[in-house]
Design a protein around this ligand. Structure first.
Ligand SMILES: C[S@@+](CC[C@H](N)C(=O)[O-])C[C@H]1O[C@@H](n2cnc3c(N)ncnc32)[C@H](O)[C@@H]1O
Length: 218
């Protein structure tokens, strides 16, 4: 398992680069569209890291409990003093929350880094209430950009197990009927679908980011 404590101090600097800003904008556009109608109720964020996405979720009105296995990442998240968010050092595979305690569960580029995905999913299923929503943002293994990153040992992505649209769909089918979106076409240091003019076929073939949403069957 990759230890994010090693890179915690530099983690947010990606979002300050021109590429990082554009990736963030398109990823957030995709996620915002998926979660706009979800209830603004108690939400668990898995692998919240430095709280970068926590700020986004709370700004949309979701109260967040953020968990991460890395103490250092949680220390940085806490230092941001994000209103309506609390942060806990916790392994998703061994959560001690009560059954059905969350209305929504969010995980952004987190599940591809866990040790045992089956254990993580059975814990997530247990703590999500029936009728609640699970949203996963994930690296797309089918994208040439992610494939290139997986060959570079200097990238944390090399230590991940990215999904494809099909594997993400299969994973979420345990909960109900998933919706899957693909986006973030990166070439060089540009995000080609930032302006929303790129054709759907190119986005489906090259998008580096997947978003899956599913409602847990009642
Ligand atoms: C790529 S980072 C993503 C952080 C944040 N979601 C973001 O997108 O900025 C993956 C995060 O998942 C966390 N993680 C990995 N395995 C975990 C586990 N078993 N339980 C909780 N968090 C975990 C890592 O420590 C790391 O902070």
């Amino acid at each position: 398992m990759f230890d994010f404590s090693q890179i915690a101090n530099e983690y947010d600097s990606f979002y300050e680069t021109p590429l990082g800003r554009d990736v963030d904008e398109v990823e957030k556009r995709m996620v915002r569209e998926m979660i706009q109608s979800l209830p603004r109720k108690l939400s668990l964020e898995i692998g919240c890291g430095t709280g970068h996405w926590t700020e986004f979720f709370t700004s949309l009105g979701f109260p967040i409990v953020g968990i991460d296995i890395s103490e250092k990442m949680i220390e940085i998240a806490r230092s941001k003093h994000i209103p309506e968010a609390i942060f806990l050092v916790k392994d998703v595979e061994e959560m001690d929350f009560r059954d059905e305690s969350f209305d929504n569960i969010f995980a952004i580029t987190a599940l591809e880094f866990v040790d045992n995905l089956d254990r993580a999913i059975s814990q997530i299923y247990r703590v999500l209430r029936p009728g609640g929503y699970m949203l996963v943002g994930a690296l797309n293994a089918s994208s040439p950009y992610i494939q290139g990153k997986m060959e570079k040992s200097s990238s944390s992505i090399a230590y991940s197990r990215p999904f494809t649209p099909e594997t993400l769909r299969n994973l979420l089918q345990v909960f109900g009927q998933p919706q899957i979106k693909v986006g973030v076409v990166i070439e060089g240091s540009r995000v080609l679908d930032k302006e929303q003019t790129l054709d759907q076929d190119t986005i489906l073939r090259k998008g580096a980011f997947l978003v899956g949403l599913v409602q847990k069957t009642l």
